[in-house]
Design a protein around this ligand. Structure first.
Ligand SMILES: *Cc1c(COP(=O)(O)O)cnc(C)c1O
Length: 374
């Protein structure tokens, strides 16, 4: 079986650096908030062009920290996409706020700004919830339409929490690097993400000093700036391990080159699969980091079966839209509420995607797919 994401090939390139980094942490004895964590935060801020980056224990905790810092809670409406990973609406629900979904754009799979504004208007008209925040998700590595979403956020005085858990390093037409597009940006360093560590990890990003200070406090049980035993708010234990910070410092050196390589791989897929499946669309001016390569086809099940026969793995992101999940049932949505999302969920599938994928294998994948749909 060829790997869906080849982390071993990457490891072979950075092995010495990773082992030396981990050894340094083990020798230092500073396993929690060691020197590497501060250095990583500095490099993450520099890479994305934000004033403050703060690494944490996962993308999920990054979202929680962001929502807690914005004091989102019961009675608040948080607008997001139903076509995402569950952590997005889950963290909203954890604060006691209500996730409110708006349908996606068929081409980019990201939040449709027109539908978003309709959803906000509806909540205002109903008068039960207070619109507070938008969480656009940069699905599969491509930025949402932040130019349009920012206009809407300003019009209704809403904050933007960018869920760039799949899109660290992506760019939108403004040239800004994800996750620098929101009031707070969140990313994940889960191993399979474009920039992953060897365990769980994540980070929050902001230009706002006050929000940064709040998140710094939330990261460590709501500590005060001066004294960690003087707790001034309810927080979390959401620190990134020093060992994972060392791993990420090694991987960051490789990352810009890997983003380039991902473009080559995606382009090869685009060429090889043209006319066979419905291809993902990258909007002009966007640079995707191609966390996933997800085409659509009515014959996806037969394609997946044929790929499996040829020892080629595939996956499906995401077969069940958020509004139809059992855990979200209490929100009262039903099938038919978000037709674009529901149609996508029915026939989207994911092919192997990583920087070290050979053209040969991509050609083989295309040949197998052609044998099914041709
Ligand atoms: C992976 C992911 C998360 C959660 O990140 P973890 O590090 O796994 O907690 C949140 N949102 C999206 C869109 C993701 O893909």
């Amino acid at each position: 079986m060829i790997p869906f994401i080849d982390l071993k090939k990457q490891y072979n390139l950075i092995r010495d650096d990773v082992i030396a980094g981990i050894d340094r942490v083990l020798e230092s004895g500073h396993y929690i908030l060691g020197e590497e964590v501060g250095e990583l935060d500095r490099q993450l801020a520099e890479y994305t062009g934000v004033r403050y980056a703060l690494s944490c224990s996962s993308g999920t905790d990054a979202l929680s920290m962001a929502l807690m810092a914005l004091e989102i809670g019961p009675g608040d409406a948080v607008f997001t996409t139903p076509f995402t990973f569950f952590a997005t609406p889950e963290t909203v629900a954890l604060t006691g706020a209500t996730p409110v979904f708006a349908d996606i754009d068929e081409k980019t799979y990201n939040l449709d700004p027109v539908k978003l504004e309709e959803a906000i208007e509806k909540v205002i008209k109903e008068g039960k919830l207070k619109p507070k925040c938008i969480i656009p998700v940069d699905l599969f590595g491509q930025c949402a339409d932040y130019a349009a979403i920012r206009v809407i956020a300003d019009k209704y005085s809403l904050k933007i929490v960018q869920d760039a858990c799949q899109a660290f390093g992506a760019k939108d037409p403004s040239g800004k690097v994800a996750p620098s597009h929101g009031d707070i940006g969140c990313t994940s360093f889960f191993p399979a993400k474009p920039l992953g560590c060897y365990g769980d990890g994540g980070a929050v990003f902001t230009d706002d000093e006050e929000l940064y200070k709040k998140m710094y406090s939330i990261l460590v049980h709501g500590r005060s700036a001066e004294d960690k035993y003087d707790n001034e708010r309810i927080g979390l234990n959401a620190r990134l391990d020093t060992i994972q910070a060392a791993v990420l410092l090694a991987k960051l050196k490789l990352f810009p080159g890997e983003v380039e390589k991902r473009q080559t791989v995606a382009q090869a897929y685009m060429e090889e699969l043209a006319g066979l499946v419905s291809l993902p669309v990258i909007q002009p001016g966007n640079l995707s980091v191609w966390a996933q390569f997800c085409p659509r086809s009515a014959k996806f099940a037969a394609i997946q079966e044929a790929l499996k026969q040829n020892d080629i793995p595939s996956a499906r992101y995401y077969p069940i839209p958020m509004h139809l999940l059992k855990a979200m049932k209490y929100l009262g949505y039903k099938e038919g509420d978000f037709p674009v999302t529901e149609a996508c969920a029915k026939d989207i599938f994911a092919l192997p995607m990583h920087p070290y994928l050979d053209r040969e294998i991509i050609h083989k994948i295309a040949t197998v797919i052609a044998s099914v749909v041709g």
